[in-house]
Design a binder for this molecule. Structure first.
Ligand code: DAH
Length: 380
């Protein structure tokens, strides 16, 4: 068939017999199919549609004009019939191609690149809170439940807050136990501070002073945070560790409120079965000062381990030393302009790491800071 046979009439194509009509349409159909096969995108398909079905000069219009309308009487029935058949076949072929294009992208992608939605997803490891954080939270929850609120203070302190205002004057012997790191910090872009004028706090007690400077009684706060000392690392020492300070000051707080509060905390933290006791002690900022002990949580206070041998944790004493505390020394009120004749209160300072080690049976404080995932995972 000539290139554009549809542009010519049948007589120009030399077709005179009805049986010559069908082969002519068959050839046109195979031409249409070939063009349709390469129309693989929506745009190419549209181009094909305009070229073949376009009203003005589409192939079908020209075939109707040149082949059907211009046909002789003898040929017309055969041409009409063949044209209808051709239209139906072209329509079906176009429909199939349209469907293939629409479901296209996935079927077009090779099997190897196809996304298999039934495969299990990529599991990303989710972290968890460090045990120290978890224990902070446990302790905070206990104190918050009895009316304390949580406050924080700076880790870089002045000697005034860390020592003097806590009734620890320069050259007081307790400073020996609290040697620390002194820093020459550049504050607010101003000149460097003088050596010795700033230090890494040795305890959370300075926040007692900062809190009382800002608030009037009643004060009931706990202060979780990091503290620093010039200690060599071993199983029970670290140059950085954690404390929780507590302070309650009001107009009528007694020693009974103090021991009752501590007992409530200890029983909530270690379990209702433990006993507490206190022994006289000394801190410059409390008077009287005490050291709180808890009945040994490993041997139940008997001093004898399950094996029948002396309990290694309390060394047979049946008691474990927990933390220091006391009634706030009246001298401290002088530094914050509280009237020592009208107010009274208690304070305590707990070593957080030690509490966590006792409760969770950890025997080396360094485990908290080594970030060994095998250790951390046990508490996730
Ligand atoms: N600040 C003390 C220390 O780090 C602990 C302490 C003892 C805090 C008695 C207190 C307290 O508030 O009353 O060794």
């Amino acid at each position: 068939m000539a290139e554009n046979s549809h542009e010519k009439t049948l007589s120009a194509l030399g077709i005179a017999q009805p049986d010559q009509v069908a082969p002519l349409f068959a050839e046109l159909l195979s031409k249409a199919n070939a063009a349709l096969q390469s129309a693989r995108s929506a745009e190419l398909f549209e181009q094909f549609r305009v070229q073949w079905l376009g009203r003005k000069s589409g192939v079908l219009t020209l075939v109707t004009d040149n082949w059907l309308k211009a046909a002789s009487k003898d040929l017309k029935p055969a041409v009409g019939q063949a044209l209808n058949k051709f239209k139906a076949e072209l329509e079906a072929a176009m429909e199939a191609q349209r469907a293939a294009i629409e479901s296209g992208p996935e079927s077009a992608v090779s099997a190897k690149d196809r996304v298999d939605l039934s495969l299990p997803g990529v599991v990303r490891p989710v972290g968890s809170r460090h045990l120290i954080r978890q224990v902070f939270q446990e302790i905070e929850d206990i104190f918050v439940s009895i009316g304390f609120s949580v406050v924080e203070g700076p880790e870089i302190e002045t000697p005034y807050y860390n020592f003097e205002a806590l009734n620890i004057p320069e050259f007081h012997p307790v400073r020996d136990d609290m040697d620390t790191f002194y820093v020459e910090a550049q504050l607010d872009g101003s000149a460097k501070t003088l050596p010795g004028s700033l230090l890494l706090r040795t305890h959370t007690s300075p926040v007692q002073i900062r809190t009382m400077e800002e608030r009037q009684p009643p004060v009931r706060v706990i202060v979780p945070g990091k503290v620093y000392r010039r200690d060599n690392p071993d199983a029970t020492h670290s140059f950085m560790f954690h404390q929780i300070e507590g302070l309650a000051v009001d107009h009528d707080i007694t020693f009974c409120d103090f021991t009752g509060t501590i007992e409530y905390f200890v029983k909530n933290f270690f379990g209702p079965g433990v006993k507490t006791r206190f022994r006289p002690s000394y801190f410059p900022f409390t008077e009287p000062s005490v050291e709180f002990d808890v009945s040994c949580i490993f041997c139940g206070g008997s001093g004898t381990a399950a094996s029948g041998q002396t309990c290694g944790k309390c060394k047979g004493a049946g008691w474990i030393e927990l933390f220091g505390a006391g009634m706030v020394d009246p001298a401290v009120y002088g530094f914050v302009n509280y009237d020592a004749k009208k107010v009274s209160g208690f304070a305590f300072g707990m070593g957080m790491d030690r509490l966590a080690m006792l409760k969770y049976g950890i025997d080396d404080i360094q485990a908290f800071f080594q970030n060994d995932v095998r250790f951390l995972k046990q508490f996730s």
